[in-house]
Design a protein around this ligand. Structure first.
Ligand code: ADP
Ligand code: ZN
Length: 735
């Protein structure tokens, strides 16, 4: 019998397992990392070769053949495959779709790219002799020779762009016929970054100290936290470190939590390292993302800026990963493959022996705990680079001071003062729409979504109510209440604040940024640019305006009633509120004039608000860590969630009861706690009933082993009970 190899393929489809195939052509030796097209459940799917096992004996007749080999050579490195394997194991997500993240969207499909080497022209020996021997040459021929001498070698395309005034093709043909030029495979260009010194900022003492601290720590490769107050100039520290990295011919990945921030950082870096920076996020076309991916992989780009998925981009020689605003919950993918971009970056840096830097003015509590445990190092920036002093806080008690349309006199007076001084104000409210509730004045009817357990939000400009959880809309005349239909808005949304502000300050230029206004990334960027050019007097927005942006003309921040988060019962929601408060106030920390923050609150005596105002974020952190330790919640213990949902309520109940029994079977290690099924806060969402089982332990390994051991049984039960399910490690929110 002829020995035949069996190809193990991770198929890019969210089904657990690695699948066996036979080669399509026995004469071609396949390698780990090549993409192949395989028949899978009645269709053709792309997958990655994980292993080529020799000596297949059994069941070869039931195996199907690979249909097509898509890549002549593996396009991703062994290290990157190992990273995807780690993430698949850690997040209990099927390997195939986890691995597909290593590729740009274009290559997750049945598409090929030309992996044959690109050919370049260079002057041949005969050509050199011809030049030195005084051969008669045409003008265009001389130009091409000169260019090739200057560049060493170049593709036809490059010659065409460089010499746009001549017809390159016929001249090349002639030179080739004479044997004066010849083809060679393109050399990967050495990393030759150029630095535009004009755009560098002279670092202050604190920044310089931080840079040398981080450089020194490069040897031990522990993650480093750059804990710098807002406006302290963390970006400039990044730039200096990037420079060191490029000098050593290494590449850098800089992650940002959001597209607008990634664009902002890209522009800053591109001004310092022109031509060396690429950007990757979901609003670019597939072709553009493919081109950037290839350029990073081949080392033509030295720096990649991107959102969380950029962490999966192959780099030729990675030296440093920076995770900016590391505390931000947007680093976590919310569905499907629920990985954390930050945590994946930490693991990747370890695999590639690169340095990793986590920057934030409000580091997450788990990161601070890692510093306490000496797993991470930390360095501080305590002063604003431009602002003389941190902004001044003032609390307005909404229980005693009247607010009309959410605005108190104290705040309105401060806005007028600010406008008089030709300075800018930012008003922050974390709720879009006009009002979160509408109620009928006659019959008291309050519309709730038919798909979700939630009230619908009124949007005045559209004159409709909208469910923010599933997108279900109703026009006002569709409401099912009494004939009078006298609807009254209750509560505040950004749209309502904008309307009120326009009434109070008719002369002022007022703009609003939230996800409702339907602006593209470029438009939002344009709006932010207008703010920094001081063409806008008052900016109103949700958390989209709270993060990382650099507005030097803003001297007043108004934080409108936002303290609902303090009472949500979620420990992470409280942490996020604290971070948001500091981040928003930080928008007034970039002006040479001292900024003011006016916090309108119904709970001015809440201990968290007091801690933040009296002792800053550090004060909040030390108090909260103690509390979390007492209550034994993360970072002092670890959580995993098993979530289930179905259109039929009963199915979720039965399924989770079975899962509870399954997980609690056998004698459990003493430390593991497995809750009964708990309904999620929004129990019914988009028509699905949702509940969750919470697994808690001090030991990550214990949790991981338990899930890994039971996962195929859970999978089977979910199929039998027709229930959707997912597992979430280190969740951002519990319910
Ligand atoms: P953050 O730490 O909040 O990310 P940025 O890096 O955005 O702060 O810097 C805030 C502002 O301070 C920017 O306008 C930046 O140009 C300026 N800045 C940073 N470092 C210096 C410095 N050493 N000298 C002068 N201006 C600086
Ligand atoms: Zn809904």
């Amino acid at each position: 019998m002829i020995a035949q190899s069996c190809i193990k393929v991770a198929v890019f489809s969210p089904i657990r397992g690695i699948f066996d195939y036979l080669p399509n052509d026995a004469s071609v030796a396949l390698k780990r990392g090549q993409r192949v097209l395989v028949p899978f459940r009645n269709s053709m799917r792309v997958g990655l070769v994980i292993e080529v096992a020799d000596n297949l004996h059994e069941s070869r007749f039931s195996l199907k053949n690979i249909n097509l080999i898509l890549d002549e050579q593996p396009l991703v490195s062994k290290k990157m495959i190992r990273l995807a394997e780690w993430a698949s194991g850690y997040y209990h997500y099927p390997l195939g779709p986890a691995i597909s993240h290593l590729f740009p969207p274009y290559l997750r499909k049945n598409k090929q790219i030309n992996s044959a080497p690109i050919l370049e022209w260079r002057i041949s020996i005969a050509g050199k002799n011809a030049i030195s021997g005084g051969q008669r040459l045409g003008k265009s021929q001389i130009k091409i020779f000169e260019k090739l001498r200057e560049l060493g070698s170049a593709t036809t395309t490059r010659l065409k762009t460089e010499l746009s005034n001549i017809h390159v093709n016929p001249v090349i043909k002639k030179l080739e016929d004479k044997g004066w030029i010849e083809k060679q495979p393109q050399k990967i260009r050495k990393v030759t970054p150029c630095v535009n010194e004009m755009n560098l900022v002279k670092l202050n003492k604190e920044q310089l100290d931080a840079v040398s601290f981080i450089r020194q720590k490069n040897k031990d490769k522990k993650p480093i936290v750059l804990n710098g107050v807002t406006g302290s100039g963390k970006t400039e520290v990044y730039i200096e470190l990037i420079r060191t990295c490029l000098d050593a011919s290494k590449q850098v990945i800089l992650l940002a939590p959001e597209i607008t921030l990634a664009e902002h950082l890209f522009k800053r870096l591109d001004s310092v390292f022109p031509g060396s920076v690429g950007i990757a996020h979901s609003s670019y076309s597939e072709k553009k993302r493919l081109a950037t991916w290839q350029a990073c992989k081949q080392g033509e780009l030295n720096i990649l800026v991107g959102t969380r998925s950029a962490v999966w981009t192959s780099m030729r020689n990675l030296g440093l990963i920076i995770v900016d605003e590391e505390h931000d919950p947007s680093y976590r993918q919310q569905d499907g493959f629920m990985y954390s971009g930050r945590d994946t970056a930490i693991v990747r840096a370890k695999f590639e022996n690169a340095q990793i830097l986590l920057g934030s003015a409000t580091p997450s509590l788990e990161t601070i705990r890692n510093v306490e445990l000496k797993k991470f190092s930390q360095v501080f920036l305590t002063k604003g680079a431009v602002a003389p002093k941190p902004p001044l806080w003032e609390i307005v008690n909404l229980k005693t001071v009247e607010a009309r349309d959410g605005l108190t006199h104290r705040l309105l007076d401060n806005i007028s003062e600010t406008l008089k001084k030709k300075e800018q104000a930012l008003l922050f409210l974390n709720r879009r729409g006009y009002s979160p509730v509408v109620i009928c004045n006659s019959c008291g009817y309050k519309p709730t979504c038919k798909n979700c357990d939630w009230t619908m939000v009124y949007h005045k400009s559209l004159d409709l109510i909208l469910c923010h959880h599933c997108g279900y809309t109703l026009s006002m005349n569709q409401l099912n209440c009494c004939t009078k239909k006298k609807m009254r808005p209750i509560g505040l949304g950004t749209e309502r604040i904008q309307e009120a502000i326009k009434n109070y300050f008719p002369e002022a230029i007022v703009e609003r940024v939230d996800s409702d206004i339907g602006l593209s990334t470029t438009e939002i960027h344009g709006l932010f640019k207008k703010v920094s050019e001081r063409k806008i007097d008052i900016l109103i927005g949700t958390q989209m305006v709270a993060k990382g942006l650099d507005f030097s003309g803003i001297t007043l921040i108004g934080i409108l009633n936002s303290d609902g988060a303090l009472y949500s019962g979620e420990f992470k929601a409280e942490e996020r509120f604290a971070q948001l408060l500091i981040q928003v106030s930080g928008r007034a920390a970039r002006s040479i004039k001292r900024g003011r923050v006016i916090l309108q609150s119904e709970h001015p005596d809440h201990p968290i608000i007091k801690k933040i105002i009296d002792h800053g974020y550090q004060g909040y952190v030390s108090a909260t860590l103690k509390e979390r330790k007492n209550h034994n919640v993360p970072p002092f213990s670890l959580f995993a969630l098993i979530k289930a949902s179905s259109k039929q309520e009963g199915r979720v109940k039965v399924f989770l009861k079975l899962i509870h029994r399954l997980l609690s079977a056998n004698t459990l290690p003493t430390d593991l706690i497995i809750s009964q099924a708990v309904p999620m806060t929004i129990y019914k969402k988009a028509g699905l009933y949702r509940s969750v089982i919470i697994i808690k332990s001090h030991s990550r390994i214990e949790i991981q082993n338990l899930i890994a051991k039971k996962i195929s049984e859970i999978e089977l039960l979910s199929k039998q009970n027709k229930v959707k399910w997912s597992v979430e490690l280190d969740p951002e929110g519990m319910l």
